[in-house]
Design a protein around this ligand. Structure first.
Ligand code: AMP
Ligand code: ZN
Length: 138
């Protein structure tokens, strides 16, 4: 897609600090990192939603992301990593080209997810699963 910033990176039209590329994906450093080393892994096909990205590209995104996280840990600079994907504006997606965030972590990096712990009322969980089952296909 011609006006997509990540397609421009795929097509070498704008620069990026690349870590890896193959026939399915490209990985490059995020320009405004959560931690130093924060990497984006993107499919070479333009799709806004991860669910529209062909399965072989999704599989490669996950595999490459975990291997990049492992490599950062192997440097000895990090103890672990987060894999994170924002799908949809409401979920925090800003760039409308599907991408996986790989965030290398150490316990002292000062970053915290704003995680909450809600609970289900009686039958609520079963109702959610019933609605889900009406729509789920794989
Ligand atoms: P998201 O909120 O999941 O859509 O994340 C988009 C990410 O893309 C943000 O973390 C941005 O810092 C990053 N980003 C935007 N433009 C560029 C760019 N030209 N090169 C590298 N990272 C970028
Ligand atoms: Zn794109």
């Amino acid at each position: 897609m011609s006006d997509c910033i990540f397609c421009k990176i795929v097509n070498d039209e704008i620069p990026a600090k690349k870590l890896y590329k193959d026939e399915h994906v490209i990985a490059f450093l995020d320009i405004a990192p959560i931690t130093k080393g924060h990497t984006l892994v993107i499919p070479k096909v333009h799709q806004e939603s991860i669910s529209a990205v062909p399965a072989e590209y999704q599989q490669k995104m996950m595999h490459v992301s975990s291997q990049i996280g492992k490599a950062f840990v192997r440097t000895g600079e990090y103890d672990g990593f987060n894999l994170h994907l924002n799908n949809g504006q409401c979920a925090g997606q800003v760039v409308p080209h599907a991408h996986m965030h790989v965030v290398p972590r150490i316990g002292t990096d000062g970053f915290h997810w704003n995680w909450r712990n809600l609970s289900y009322e009686e039958n609520e969980a079963d109702e959610i699963i019933a609605k889900f089952n009406e729509k789920f296909s794989i």
